[in-house]
Every structure is written in C-alpha cells, then in structure tokens.
Design a protein around this ligand. Structure first.
Ligand code: BES
Ligand code: MN
Ligand code: ZN
Length: 525
C-alpha cells in the first residue's frame, strides 16, 4: 500500500493549432447562454444559446448539427452544463478527421456568466464527462483571460481526483481521469496552464495525505512524506522526534501525543526563493497535523470519530503548498510547520485537568483533551515567533465543529490581526475558488479562557459560545506582535459528495487560497 495515488492526474498541454488538428478523440467547445444585451453575433435574441470559437469548423468537418443537439438536450449554456454529442459516420463508429484519430464525441460546455468561477465549474464538469478517455482537445478557453484559463484547468484537474492505493483491483477505466487535456487556441499561455497544473497538483498531494487511513498514517509517516516532498521539490526538511521535542520544550505537541504509542513530530519544510536576500519576507505556515483525533480521554462519540483521519488536513495543506511554491516562482521565503500527533486515549494520555507548558512558557489547563488542535498549533506558532523571524504567520486547522456550525462546508472561518491581511487572503481565496469568511477576535470573550490555576485554559470555561472564536483567541496569545491569520477549515476541509472541483472526502481546502496569496507576494498590509 502506498499513499501515492496510482491514479495519475490529467496531463494538460497547450497547442496553438486548431481543435481538429490536435489528434484527440474528444473535442470540447464553449456554449454561451443567449445574451440579448450583447452583440454576440448569433442569429437574434431568441433565447437560444450559441457556440463558441471552433464550433462551425467542427460541425462542418464532422457533419454535425450542434445547435440541434443542444436543443434536443435542452442545453442552455449554464455554467457547468455539458451536452455530449455522439459522432457517427457511415459504416463506422466514428468520424475520422485527419485519417488517424477518430472523433467519437463532441462535448458542449456551458460557460454561464463567463466569470472565473464559471470556467472552474466548466472545467470540472468537462473533466467528469471525459473520464476514461485518452485525449481531449478543448477550445472552451478560446476567449478566456489568464485567470479564467487557470480556473478552467484547475477545475478540470481537481474534479477527477482519486486515491487508488488502497484497492486490491485497479480503478476501472471509466473512472480514471482523462489522460491528456489539450488546451487549443492562440491565446492559451503555457505558463498559465503550468501554474494551474502546479496548484491542482498541490491540492492532489494534500488530498492524498488526508485520504490515507490512519492505520498507515502516523506522525512519522507524515514526516516521511515531507522528506519525500522536500527531496522532490528542493526544500530543506527538518523533523523533530519526540526526544528533540522534549529537549526543546514543545509541551503542547508532546501532551497531545502522549496517549499514543506512535510518537509526535514537528515537521519543518523550508523554501528560499532563488533571489532571496536579507529583506525578503518570511511567511510561516503552521498546519494542524493530528493524524487521528479520537478526542483522547474526552473521547468522541462514535459517529463523530469516523472522519477524523482528516484531522491533519491543515498539515497536509501546508505540505501541499510547499510542494508547489518553487514551481510557481513564489518570491518570498516560506517555512511550513506541521505539528503532528495522534490524539489517543492510551494509558499515558493526558487527563482533563492536567496543566501543561507550551513552547513559549505559557502554562495551560487542559480541560478537554478533544480540544487538542490548539495545543499543537500553539507550540508551532510559539516556535515560529521565537526562532524564525516571520513577517507573517498563517495557521490552518480543522479546529472546531463550531466553525462548521457557523459557516457550513462552503466557507472557512478566517481570523486576522490586520484588516489588510484579512482582505488579501479573502481575495486570494475568492480568485482561487476557496471562500473565506472573516470572523471577529472578540476582546470581550477573552476572559472565557481564564483558568483557576494556570496562565490560561484552552477552552471556554464561561459558556460563552462562539467555539471557533474562543479557539482563535487562544491561538492569538502565542503570536506576539507578528501579523497573523488563522484559517479554521473544519467545514470545507471535507466534502460529503463530489461537487464541482471537489471530490468526496478530504478537499485540501486552503492550498489554492494560500498559493494564490503567496504568488501575489503574500501581502500583509
Ligand atoms: N478535530 C476537531 C474539530 C472537528 C470536528 C473538525 C468535526 C472537523 C469536523 C477538534 O479537535 C475538536 O474536537 N474540537 C472540539 C473542541 C471543543 C472540545 C472545545 C469541537 O469542536 O467540538
Ligand atoms: Mn479534537
Ligand atoms: Zn482535532
């Protein structure tokens, strides 16, 4: 068994030649809803959709009436709608255009309002419709700008994510991702497509890590994956084992890990951009890496535990991000910290009411061992502040059920100590298709973390409610005056079903938002 998905993501190539020269068995064309207000060159404002560039040539070469096909299937050009047109030629199964490759199907893909979000949806829907095929040539992005082309390609590569390492039989042909997606048209830029492929690949990496079951995945396994990623992408990787953690005072990570016989790790991956100098900003990302969360002695109820192999998604996101920064030409330093532990109720487990000492010296009264994420993060954040000279810290964690209660699965909760940082992350998320919604760090709630015997309690002792906010307030104690943002991804970190570019299970939510933000130079304000 291996964490490596043996299913390969769709390869994406750029080809400036016309669609019909791309030697593909499948062709894809854009469909736009009728827009009476624009001079779109179709035959009037009759409410019928129109077909984008390449349509006339394809229809003529293959002898198809594409408009009739659209009408027959009720195609409207809505974003993410796909109408599949079978190609028949006399006496054979498919029409041969260039004498070599038979075109079997033409896929008509709706682009709705033409926004990047619509292109992302379209890419995802097209990729699902093209599962099992070898090669598809697309003119869907013929008139798209760079942002839309990126969204389209990212959607296409992400929508057919699959982890195959845990089946005894190969994934059936019909469920495999499309082999090669050919982006045609003069406008398509290879660097834009390469960036999209890098971002989507980073999300695949995060999903692989999150989907791997926890009988395989323990903290040392995660460290091994980090070493592999580091070797592949030229990152410095340093792993602290339980002995190093004890020597250096990582009391939070150790306390959470002590109930498991699979010891905790602190994993650090570091990227230095090619032209780094003394003034180069240093972004530190801290991910929650709980490889399984039983709740510890404050045991979770049985239904609530089943999905907890994905409780290291924050760490997986950090690893995914680091795997792509070099390829994306990010020009700030980035250190990724993954605070990895397994939260188990073993004989050595911490007890509710224990007092522990975090890396920065803060003493914490642990009143509920199921609120373990903030304890490992506090050590990671405290270490970053003390040792790494960060210009900004962003942590990512499946931290609280309360965040899901507040925002559902569509938005992550975002907290930040600066308005500009919050705005920059929110915008990056919006562009990348990962929505972040800012929640407040409410001053008046801080007393809820008062402890009768230690510096602080790690959960709300005053029944204030606002569980995601209280967790954020706890973390904020450790950031000092370093600009800081916190993403509580408990909701969007998992998808309940395949939808758009998401696939059921771990989503790797945060990879795209953070990479877009880093590509923009990690603005802090
Ligand atoms: N990993 C969970 C949060 C979580 C719950 C993520 C459901 C995804 C889905 C976290 O460690 C946890 O258990 N949080 C507690 C905190 C509480 C004890 C203060 C929670 O949210 O109930
Ligand atoms: Mn927990
Ligand atoms: Zn947890």
């Amino acid at each position: 068994m291996s964490a490596e998905s043996t299913v390969r993501p769709t390869e994406v190539v750029v080809d400036a030649r016309p669609l019909l020269d791309a030697e593909a068995g499948l062709l894809a064309l854009a469909v736009w809803p009728d827009d009476p207000s624009s001079a779109d060159g179709d035959d009037g404002d009759d409410g019928s959709p129109w077909i984008g560039p390449g349509g006339a040539e394809v229809a003529e070469a293959l002898g198809l009436d594409l408009f009739a096909a659209l009408e027959r299937d009720g195609g409207t050009g809505k974003a993410g709608e796909v109408v599949s047109v079978q190609v028949y030629a006399e006496g054979r199964g498919a029409a041969s255009v260039d004498g070599e490759v038979d075109v079997t199907r033409v896929l008509l893909v709706g682009l709705g309002d033409g926004s990047a979000a619509a292109y992302r949806k379209a890419g995802a829907a097209l990729a699902r419709a093209a599962r099992g095929a070898e090669r598809l040539a697309s003119a869907v992005t013929a008139t798209a700008d760079d942002a839309a082309t990126r969204a389209f390609v990212e959607g296409a590569v992400l929508a057919t994510y699959a982890l195959a390492g845990f089946r005894s039989t190969p994934v059936p042909e019909a469920k495999r991702p499309l082999g090669t997606l050919v982006i045609t048209g003069d406008g398509a830029r290879a660097d834009v497509v390469a960036a999209a492929v890098a971002v989507a690949g980073a999300s695949w990496t995060a999903r692989d890590l999150a989907q791997t079951p926890s009988n395989v995945k323990d903290p040392e396994w995660l460290a091994e994956q980090a070493r592999r990623i580091g070797a592949e992408h030229r990152l410095d990787v340093r792993v602290r084992d339980e002995k190093a953690l004890a020597d250096e005072g990582f009391g939070g990570i150790l306390a959470v890990g002590q109930g498991s016989d699979r010891p905790p790790r602190l994993i650090a991956l570091r990227y230095d951009p090619p032209n780094a100098g003394p003034g180069t900003p240093h972004v530190v990302l801290v991910g929650k890496g709980i490889t399984y969360d039983t709740g510890g002695l404050s045991l979770k109820p049985r239904e609530g535990m089943v999905t907890m192999k994905t409780d290291m998604t924050g760490g997986a996101v950090v690893m995914g991000v680091l795997s792509a920064v070099r390829e994306l030409g990010v020009d700030v330093r980035v250190t990724g910290l993954v605070a990895a532990a397994e939260n188990m109720p073993g004989a050595g487990a911490q007890r509710p009411s224990d007092v522990i000492r975090q890396y920065d010296g803060t003493t914490v009264e642990v009143l509920n061992t199921d609120a373990e994420g903030r304890l490992v993060l506090a050590d990671g954040i405290g270490y970053a502040v003390a040792e790494l000279e960060p210009t900004v810290i962003v942590d990512v964690a499946t931290l609280t059920g309360a965040a899901t209660t507040a925002l559902g699965r569509g938005h992550a909760a975002l907290y930040a100590t600066s308005d500009q940082l919050a705005a920059a992350l929110r915008e990056a998320g919006e562009a990348a298709g990962e929505r972040l919604w800012r929640l407040p760090l409410v001053d008046d709630y801080r007393f809820g973390l008062d402890s009768a015997i230690a510096d602080v309690a790690h959960i709300d002792t005053e029944h204030l409610g606002g569980g995601s906010i209280l967790a954020a307030l706890f973390l904020q104690r450790f950031v000092g005056d370093v600009p800081w943002a916190h993403l509580d991804i408990a909701g969007p970190g998992r998808a309940e079903s395949d939808k758009g570019e998401l696939t059921k299970g771990g989503t790797g939510f945060g990879v795209r938002a953070l990479l877009y933000w880093l590509e923009a130079g990690a603005p802090v304000g």
